[in-house]
Design a protein around this ligand. Structure first.
Ligand code: SF4
Ligand SMILES: [Zn+2]
Ligand SMILES: [Zn+2]
Length: 185
């Protein structure tokens, strides 16, 4: 049986021989360009079958980006492989990742709504670019009110008997502490 290599040697004008760089480029965009060059190649089917049989992990063969195929491009797994390897994230993987992130936020939001709304749910709404529902807004408002109350209570606490002790105010404001100690004699 004639090998692909023999067929390629005998066939003039093959795009992958005239300009091989994009066929094995690390850039997904270059490889997409290369895959388009295969269209109309008389060896397209033989080339694709050869790559499938050889379980190719790199390069473009028979109009197929085998690197993207091995990476799982167009899926969240593909996106993570790009990040791990430090290779450029292509638009298919970016779209899959954006979808994954949004689905994850929706799942967390559903958990928040199952308990009537939470602070985390409030932030999930914000990250999804939408207005928070009344339940999540209420949870966030209660948290802010409690925070303000704690701050107010802390600010009102008197500075007393600082001699030989460290109060919260003394730690927060050294100048006040020094002044209080001077007054206390
Ligand atoms: S189908 Fe195969 S032989 Fe033809 S141009 Fe593409 S990579 Fe080259
Ligand atoms: Zn990809
Ligand atoms: Zn909500």
């Amino acid at each position: 049986m004639t090998s692909l290599h023999d067929l390629m040697t005998r066939t003039p004008g093959l795009p992958c021989r005239l300009d091989p760089d994009p066929f094995f480029s690390s850039s997904p965009t270059d490889r997409q360009y290369a895959a388009r060059q295969c269209h109309g190649c008389p060896l397209l089917l033989a080339c694709m079958r050869h790559a499938l049989a050889a379980d190719e992990q790199h390069g473009v063969w028979g109009g197929v980006d085998f690197e993207a195929r091995a990476t799982g491009c167009g899926t969240e797994r593909g996106y993570r492989v790009h990040i791990r390897r430090g290779t450029a994230v292509d638009s298919m993987c970016q779209a899959a990742h954006d979808e994954f992130v949004e689905a994850d936020r929706r799942r967390r939001l559903a958990e928040a709504h199952a308990v009537g709304g939470t602070v985390r749910g409030y932030w999930m709404h914000r990250r999804l670019g939408e207005e928070a529902c009344p339940g999540c807004k209420g949870a966030q408002a209660r948290k802010s009110a409690a925070h303000r109350e704690r701050r107010r209570a802390g600010a009102e606490r008197p500075v007393t008997d600082l001699r030989g002790r460290r109060s919260a105010e003394a730690l927060l404001c050294p100048e006040t502490a020094v002044h209080a100690l001077a007054l206390a004699g």
